[in-house]
Design a protein. Sequence first.
Length: 166
Amino acid sequence: MRHNIITSLEKINGKDCWKFVGGPGTGSMISLDFGKKIPQKKKAANTHLPPIRQRFIGEIAIFIENAAWRLDSELEIICSSTSSNHKGGRYEKAANLLVGRKVVRVDISKPALDLVIEFDGKLFLRVFCDQTNEVDNHDNYSVHMVEGIYTIGTNSQVKYLKRKMG
């Protein structure tokens, strides 16, 4: 199953990031949508999102839930999971930098399945799978596709949930 998650993540190579959700009310969680815009049956309830982001989901989306993450350029740390997510802050800067950028490369390191997404302009989103507490059992991140969802959970255990079509 680890091979399948790696293959699935590599599908974002060459695709534009057109949606970044993070900021007030999200804590350290962020999500990014890539590829085709797929219409949703129901409009998203989050009124803070622009209309296009309320009505469409990405062909592939990455939801970083509890893993530590950081956005770097070659020269500076731009934002991280511990940055302030208030309006006008670092999360907003990260969103403004990533939306519209193409993915150049995806690197997944074993055994933890830490993730580095390189965007054009030498921006790097780094995800560190640091959830190991089996009592709390928190997920690190998940990859949402039309056909199913991969979740990288506690101790980087991979789960797959096939979506029902139709």
